[in-house]
Design a protein around this ligand. Structure first.
Ligand code: APR
Length: 407
């Protein structure tokens, strides 16, 4: 790393500049650091914010493998809990899928993402990794050259310019990496599933020993354990309605209705710690490479949350990118970098396809299709058929297990 000062702009350098300290950026940084590659992570938020940002923690076997391979799984094995069952509740009753024992998929580990990020960050810092918090990437310049640069704003507002050999854009869907893509070469695929969720974080232990998916005439409801004392709930929500439109009592009463508590037992109520409304949308950026700039994680593609795949896909892409960067910088072999985009896009489109299928399984008709004379009936009949196939066909269950857990 060298420093120089031109006028007021501080100039620094690294072989690889990583934008973003989420799961993708931290895994890239850690694997580069372990291989002796000179890298720096530039993170817009504070360390406290990065480590406390509550996010889903459903880690797939591949994510566990990456963590174990790089000796990063101690916290996960100490505090994480294995999870391998889904429970579907419909008008035809309920059925459970022990996906952990089906197909080749394996089980999830429930381990809050903020714990994972803290483990990764702590290891990165303890091993001497360089990271700059509260440093916002503004733009990636000259990505089509062998000497790209990243302009940033320091915590005190001072501009800085980082030069690098490669840039790993792991700064999410609204980050500088995406903004810096040349519009004439990038294809940006966007899709709106036509469904909106109210996401809830409740201070109460889980009510089921499974991921709960409830399909009801009122709409979808979901239940996902987060920790022993906190549970995530979802309610399909009318688009445009604010998150705080209903008092807590009405939220719990509606969750009871949709999860058919009268038939299957009451939900364990508790204070609602967080509420958030979000549309189920997804997108994919193609290609994932622009010269010396590579995208990974949410910067590369965004998945609807129906199958909790986001962080697992981010870790997979980060491992592939880090290995390719090490091959290029340590051995002069750029084959991995040349293949990176196509290889990760294959995983991304597979995850998008399954997440789209799962979203249609859980929701009768997208908002825009309701009321289209019989449209919602048609969707409801398709949905019921999908659920019955999943309930009765072992082959379908194996397919579900392999895709639900795999990335
Ligand atoms: N400059 C520097 N850092 C930035 C910038 C920027 N311009 N913009 C965003 N960031 C940081 C954010 O503060 C965040 O810490 O980039 C990081 C992006 O992290 P994530 O959003 O977690 O994205 P990613 O690492 O790709 O993880 C993807 O993990 O967060 C879960 O399920 C979620 O699908 C998501 C998955």
């Amino acid at each position: 790393m060298t420093e120089s000062h031109t006028s007021r702009t501080l100039c620094e350098s690294a072989d690889v500049v990583v934008l973003g300290a989420g799961p993708a950026g931290l895994v890239v940084g850690l694997l580069l650091q372990a291989a002796g590659i000179d890298c720096v992570i530039l993170e817009r938020a504070s360390r406290t914010h990065v480590q406390t940002r509550a996010r889903a923690g459903f880690l797939a076997p591949n994510t566990v493998r990456v963590l174990e391979r790089h000796d990063l799984a101690d916290g996960l094995h100490r505090d994480g809990r294995r999870h391998g069952t889904c429970e579907f509740r419909t008008e035809d009753g309920r059925f459970r899928l022990d996906y952990g024992s089906l197909g080749q998929g394996g089980q999830h580990h429930v381990y809050p993402q903020q714990n994972l990020v803290t483990d990764l960050l702590t290891r990165y810092l303890d091993s001497g990794g360089r990271i700059r918090f509260r440093t916002e990437g503004l733009a990636v310049r000259d990505a089509d050259s062998a000497r790209p640069s990243v302009t940033t704003r320091e915590p005190d507002g001072r501009p800085t310019r980082w030069t690098a050999r490669y840039v790993a854009g792991c700064d999410g869907r609204h980050g500088a990496a995406r903004r810096s893509l040349p519009p004439d070469t990038v294809r940006h695929h966007r899709h709106d599933h036509g469904v909106t969720w109210l996401g809830l974080l409740a201070a109460t232990p889980p009510s089921l020993d499974a991921v709960g998916y409830a399909i009801h005439a009122h709409g979808f409801a979901g239940h996902m354990a987060r920790t022993a004392d906190v549970t995530r709930y979802y309610l399909q929500w009318r688009r445009g309605t604010p998150a705080d439109a209903w008092p807590e009592q009405r939220v719990w009463d509606e969750l009871d209705i949709r999860m058919r508590a009268a038939d299957h037992g009451p939900l364990r109520r508790g204070a609602l710690l967080e509420r958030g409304v979000f549309d189920l949308t997804c997108d994919v950026v193609e290609p994932l490479r622009h010269g010396s700039l590579f995208l990974a994680g949410d910067a590369a593609s965004l998945l609807a949350p129906a199958a909790a795949k986001g962080a697992n896909l981010a870790v997979l892409e980060a491992e592939i990118l880090a290995q390719a960067l090490v091959d290029a910088l340590a051995r002069g072999d750029t084959a991995g970098l040349d293949a990176y985009s196509d290889r990760c896009l294959a995983h991304i489109w597979r995850a998008q396809e399954f997440t789209g299928w799962m979203t249609r399984l859980l929701h009768a008709a997208p908002e825009q299709d309701r009321g289209a004379g019989g449209g919602s009936f048609f969707h409801a009949a398709l949905q019921r058929s999908r659920l019955n196939s999943l309930r009765t066909s072992r082959i379908h269950q194996d397919w579900f297990a392999e895709n639900y857990v795999g990335v």
